[in-house]
Design a protein around this ligand. Sequence first.
Ligand SMILES: [Zn+2]
Length: 165
Amino acid sequence: MEKNRKAPARHKVVEDYLLTMKLFCGYCGTYICGESGTSHTSKIYRYYKCVSVKKKRASCKKKSVKKDWLEDLVVNETMKIVMDDKAIEAIVSMVMDLQDRENTNLPLYEQQLQEANTGIQNMLNAIQQGILTKSTKSRLEELEAAKEDLEVRLAMYTSNPTAKC
Ligand SMILES: [Zn+2]
């Protein structure tokens, strides 16, 4: 709450529209995004709108849907599916699994990245001292590719995908 007070835009983008990036238009297949409008009485109306319609990119006949109505519907239907012992058990075990994987992989990737960085530095030092063989270049390229790969993996664990519409 403290964070959101300082950055009101963050609250608006991430939390206001529960279904952002989770809805697709049944007519044209593109994303459905949140949108709001203010009436002449300054009342704010919130709804979900097909991106094709919003950006006038393609003709799509999907009408805007009231935000509260749609979110209530989705939440209620989801609860019906989730509120069942078997489903809860399955979800818990999936989450635990994911957590285990993150816990074991993360330090490993961090260590490998450090090793790749050290390797690259050693290679560069060798090149600087004039020690250059045919295999130096290909080994350096290998290390740089490994480094890039590890950085992507680490980013996947640490990044927090923000919904953009
Ligand atoms: Zn559409």
